[in-house]
Design a protein around this ligand. Structure first.
Ligand code: SAH
Ligand code: SF4
Length: 338
């Protein structure tokens, strides 16, 4: 489907030609929408009548269902609705000089991780490349700071929609001008997708969601572990680090009494060896969800876990949960909306 951000320059040139307009209008349009990141309405170098025609030819993919602000308005979350009714969410995190956008790659997710609100709700459909790019640009329109980073950590499993995610990364880099290293693809460990990303020529950052130091526990939290066990996931991550010369990071949602015990930190450090650039673990307290009884670890427990990782030679960062008051993480807003 053609939407506002689904076309690259050659397709925009065909559209402009079809409308009987001079070719330079396509370059103005492309430059304004993508490189300058301005809304179509604000492209005053294009005559108003043409902008109105373009608005009809290039409809937005999403209507706003809901916008929420938190943390002194430095975190914003949108719940969008596509024409077919699919709902997805996007989060904008603003810092003093720049901003990060967290995008969804699918409406829902088929991976079924037990602690994840998106996984609890199931899979609806893949998003298109235009829908991914639209999330970034519409968040940019609401941000005085330049969007410098994009993380694929919203709804969905990016490496279950790999063609789209690779295409979106290419466009965000080439058309929108975001550094490839500042594009982060987070995966639950879809090994064939990780291999494809290894062969992709842009040095995007890979994050792998681990949540457990052994297969027995990981299977309970992440059903996909039965298909791609920890050893295979870590081997694919090592190959990625080697090929790209980049540090790989790991996400670890800390669940009280389940995966946050000191001996589990030691076991995790023991498995994260042999990574070029070292392994880096982000520790995030679990967000409560309706469908999972686990509780977030308390701060002391997480700090101890981080220390044990460091003692084992693994870099560890304790992440503050931004936007918790608006459920700005992991499919929780949609889960609450009928
Ligand atoms: N499907 C991908 C990316 C989207 S989820 C993945 O799983 O990596 C983004 C991150 O949020 C993942 O690390 C995921 O494990 C984490 N997450 C999901 N539900 C969570 C919850 N309830 N609390 C804390 N982190 C959660
Ligand atoms: Fe899907 Fe990621 Fe949630 Fe697992 S954690 S269900 S892979 S979105």
């Amino acid at each position: 489907m053609t939407t506002r951000y689904s076309m690259r320059l050659p397709e925009l040139e065909s559209l402009i030609a079809m409308l009987g307009e001079p070719a330079y209008r396509a370059r103005q349009l492309h430059e304004g929408l993508f490189r300058q990141r301005r809304p179509l309405d604000a492209l005053t170098n294009i005559p108003r009548a043409l902008r109105a025609r373009l608005a009809g030819e290039l409809p937005l993919a999403f209507a706003v269902d809901m916008t929420l602000l938190a943390d002194d308005d430095t975190t914003a979350k949108w719940l969008w609705r596509a024409a077919d009714g699919a709902q997805i969410e996007t989060v904008l995190m603003r810092y003093s000089a720049r901003a990060t956008v967290c995008v969804s790659s699918q409406a829902g997710c088929a991976m079924g991780c037990t602690f994840c609100a998106t996984g609890q709700a199931g899979f609806e459909r893949h998003l298109s490349v235009g829908e991914v790019v639209e999330q970034v640009l519409r968040a940019q329109h609401a941000s005085p700071q330049r969007v410098s980073n994009v993380v694929f950590m919203g709804m969905g499993e990016p490496l279950a929609n790999t063609d789209t995610v690779i295409d979106a990364c290419t466009r965000l880099h080439e058309d929108v001008g975001i550094s490839a290293r500042h594009l982060t693809v987070s995966t639950v460990g879809v090994v064939p997708g990780m291999e494809r990303l290894t062969d992709f020529d842009l040095p995007v950052t890979l994050a792998v969601s681990l949540h457990a130091p052994d297969d027995a526990l990981r299977e309970q939290l992440v059903p996909l572990n039965r298909r791609y066990p920890l050893a295979a996931v870590l081997d694919a991550a090592r190959a990625y680090a080697e090929r790209k010369g980049r540090r790989v990071s790991f996400e670890y949602a800390c669940i009280s009494g389940v995966n946050d015990l000191p001996h589990q930190a030691d076991a995790l450090a023991g498995r994260l060896t042999g990574f070029r650039g070292g392994a880096h673990v982000n520790l995030i307290p679990l967000n409560d969800t309706a469908g999972y009884p686990g509780r977030p670890s308390d701060a002391d427990r997480i700090a101890t876990f981080a220390e044990r990782l460091r003692a084992g030679g693994v870099q560890a960062t304790v992440r503050r949960n931004r936007g918790t008051s608006i459920d700005a993480a992991c499919g929780q807003l949609r889960a609450r909306t009928p």
